[in-house]
Design a protein around this ligand. Structure first.
Ligand code: SAM
Length: 270
């Protein structure tokens, strides 16, 4: 089954005289069972969907069959040609770098309701893409993301763990992260050197706080510094001391020791 999918993909790429572009993280999904499980986990029925890095359309086809509307952002012009030829006007196609996409305009184009994000993310830019999604004001209902196993661990990390940082704080502040499935290199063409994992982040009821992401990034800017020192530049010594006292956080604490709820209280105070 997988071999057939690889052959079909190779034939498609040959038609366009293409080979997978390593620099753009092009490891295409060729595992039909994994595709079905990702689509089930994404729960996009009747929703407006943003797909990041649609490639040759392995997930796009199923998303279009299930969702109300699908917008795909794909940086590679050659892949965009394939997507246009395969799906025509049914797909809202943005041939650009997701890090530069006008998210407010894309949200309107999808109908202005809650957005469901899906992506087999290019490994070289996973953290900036996730941070953009976690920091933005878009009403995201759920994200279903395929990332390298080490990157997946960042969504679930707890205070004081080695990989605890802004991604853990923001994903746990606004979402409930769950593991969906682990994937071996055989699920892709070409095979990557690493294992991957699919995770969902389901939005909780907490209201978006515009200053939470900048605050969290500042707190983790210098991991060895105390939170009070890192925050001084953010809003001045006195307001910081007052806010820390109001939240019952020791000025000598480090960011890595604070739970997501403590960052939320701090952002309300500052
Ligand atoms: N979704 C397809 C699949 O599952 O087979 C392709 C996934 S592949 C891992 C990642 C895709 O993201 C590639 O098609 C690549 O060209 C695209 N990409 C890489 N960097 C990007 C960026 N900054 N913005 C949008 N797309 C990007």
């Amino acid at each position: 089954m997988q071999n057939k999918r690889i052959q079909a993909l190779q034939a498609m790429l040959n038609t366009y005289s293409l080979t997978p572009n390593k620099a753009l993280g092009q490891n295409f999904l060729v595992d039909a069972d994994a595709i079905d499980r990702i689509l089930d986990a994404a729960a996009v029925e009747g929703k407006g969907v943003l797909e990041i890095g649609a490639g040759a359309g392995a997930l796009t086809e199923g998303l279009l069959a299930r969702a109300r509307a699908v917008a795909a952002v794909e940086i590679d012009a050659h892949m965009a040609d394939i997507l246009r030829d395969r799906f025509g006007d049914a797909l809202l196609l943005y041939r650009e770098d997701f890090l530069k996409t006008d998210l407010a305009a894309l949200h309107q184009a999808l109908g202005g309701e809650a957005i469901y994000v899906v992506g087999n993310l290019p490994y070289y830019v996973t953290t900036p893409i996730c941070m953009r999604l976690l920091s933005c004001a878009l009403p995201i209902g759920r994200m279903t993301l395929m990332v390298q196993q080490e990157a997946a661990a960042r969504f679930f990390a707890q205070p004081c763990e080695r990989v605890y940082g802004p991604m853990a704080v923001l994903s746990q502040a606004y979402y409930t992260p769950s593991r969906v499935l682990a994937l071996s290199p055989e699920s892709y063409y070409p095979r990557p050197d690493v294992y991957s994992e699919v995770v969902t982040l389901s939005r909780n009821a907490r209201a978006y706080q515009a200053n939470l992401a900048p605050l969290v990034k500042t707190c983790f800017a210098m991991r060895r510094k105390t939170i009070a020192n890192n925050l001084k530049a953010y809003s001045g010594k006195q307001p910081v001391e007052k806010a820390l006292a109001a939240c019952k956080i020791s000025p000598s604490a480090r960011a890595e020791a604070l739970a997501p709820e403590q960052f939320l209280s701090l952002s309300e105070q500052l």
